[in-house]
Design a protein around this ligand. Structure first.
Ligand code: MN
Ligand code: MN
Length: 299
């Protein structure tokens, strides 16, 4: 059994993530700056007693994931944009990871992604296999006449570990790994008109600590210290480093050097390979006979 205080932290992180999402839904409209959405969300997480587990992802149209506002980002939400908001909150390292898609116009894919996610949650119980979850997602997507991104997956969560193994494909697969009671997993189907893939693209705005390395550049030392310390070896945004009093140019030089040394890794923006619009839905779930969806807003 999961310790009661750990369960409480997972529930608190999930609740904060859900609350932030619900406030963001009220805030989103054409003309709103992505930077204002990001700053509001990350401040709100802290105000509610959590910390960002990763920089908020605000990914638009054919961008699937890993876009977060850049230094002085002036982009605004457009009237036809499909906006995917992916929020991660941690409380003492215990993470709630959730995403939704918003559009000013009616969009059939959004409802479909939520139904696909619900179909996956419906098969979760102790003993459920990675393969059964993938099959449930694929079957529901087929039934609804939509496709999924076949090279993006759900994942397990652990303390200060997001995207743990095994990963959970959104399609049929042969992985017979069975989840145990109290495992914590995130299910996140990315839905589009028919099956597709994503590929690495630009810009690169999100990074993560890998290992300590000797570096000369003062900025590189400072970034490594932040990455291992304040950011808890969880993903961080280039944008966050500006608040630490470093110039964007020096930050970029330092990040490049750290990447070359293998001290940090990058999360490049992911785009649909054929430029097609994508939607995403995600929840964090504690595996039980009656699964606990930690990131679902209480009715
Ligand atoms: Mn997520
Ligand atoms: Mn996730």
């Amino acid at each position: 059994m999961m310790d009661e205080d750990i369960l409480e932290k997972y529930l608190k992180a999930g609740k904060i993530a859900a609350e932030v999402c619900s406030k963001l839904r009220a805030m989103l409209k054409p003309g709103v700056k992505l930077m204002d959405v990001a700053e509001f969300a990350e401040n709100e997480m802290r105000k509610l007693g959590g910390e960002p587990a990763f920089p908020i992802n605000i990914s638009i149209n054919d961008v699937a994931a890993h876009y977060t506002p850049q230094f002085n980002d002036e982009k605004v939400i457009g009237s036809r944009d499909l906006v995917k908001i992916d929020v991660g909150v941690h409380v003492d390292g215990y993470i709630g990871d959730t995403a939704f898609t918003w559009c000013a116009e009616e969009n059939k894919l959004i409802g479909a992604s939520e139904k696909v996610l619900d179909a996956a949650i419906a098969v979760i119980r102790p003993g459920v296999t990675v393969s059964e979850i993938g099959s449930a997602i694929e079957a529901k997507a087929k039934e609804l006449g939509v496709g999924v991104i076949v090279n993006l997956t759900g994942h397990t969560l652990d303390r200060f570990v997001f995207h743990g193994a095994p990963s959970i494909p959104n399609v049929k697969n042969d992985n017979k790994y069975a989840f145990n009671e109290d495992d914590v997993i995130a299910i996140e189907p990315f839905v589009l008109e028919s099956n597709g893939t994503v590929k690495d693209s630009t810009p690169v705005e999100i990074y993560r600590y890998v290992m300590g390395r000797p570096v000369r550049l003062a900025e590189a030392r400072k970034i490594l210290e932040l990455a291992a310390g304040k950011y808890n070896e969880l993903p961080f945004a280039k944008r966050w480093l500006a608040k630490e009093g470093m110039s964007p140019l020096k930050v970029q030089m330092a990040l490049n050097q750290l990447e070359q040394l293998g001290a940090i890794e990058t999360y490049p923006t992911l785009k649909e390979s054929r430029g097609r619009p994508i939607v995403q839905a995600e929840h964090t779930i504690i595996v039980r006979d009656k699964p606990i969806v930690t990131t679902r807003m209480a009715e």
